[in-house]
Design a binder for this molecule. Sequence first.
Ligand code: FE
Length: 204
Amino acid sequence: MPWPKIEPKTFSSIRELNGICQRTMEEHYELYKGYCGKVNEIQTRLDGVDRASANQIFSDLRALRVDLSFAIGGVKNHDIYFAHLGGKGGAPTARLTDMIKRDFPSYDAWLADFKASGLAARGWVWLAFDHDFSTLTTVVGDAQNTFPLWNATPILALDVYEHAYWIDYGRARAKYIEAFFNNLDWAVVDQNLERALAMHAVHK
Ligand code: FE
């Protein structure tokens, strides 16, 4: 069966948010549409690529596969990001709070580490559920396709690429990270957790 054509989703968060302006969100959404389009383009190119010339140093097949992982990462990461923005911040649901307390030294310690990880990463920070170790964990990424863990489901995705905040904050990324949390819809994060736990139940 052929790979399904990717269509950009629509998100209610593409508007002026609290501390993140409409232009930032609209420009960011255009980047997301670009990732969707490139997934489709690369998949089409893969149909006709010359596999006889496959080579680890350089080959068309290699280039397409590597950049496909970047483009698909760009789609999946932003699907999470845009869907859980547009909220009012505050505290996570009781279930998620309990799980964070279970899997990290404390809620405050998790939050401090997550925000610091946002300064340490070059692209993304995720809160993910690791299905092999049955635990929440923090993951950093330097690009759309680095460094995801096998068998872990991201439930919270903080984009720290400059395009996410430069218009609003310039180099002051820490201020953007505060704004991100002020606009987070924890109910959506909890839905992501629900999905991850359902996947975990199947995985066990
Ligand atoms: Fe982005």
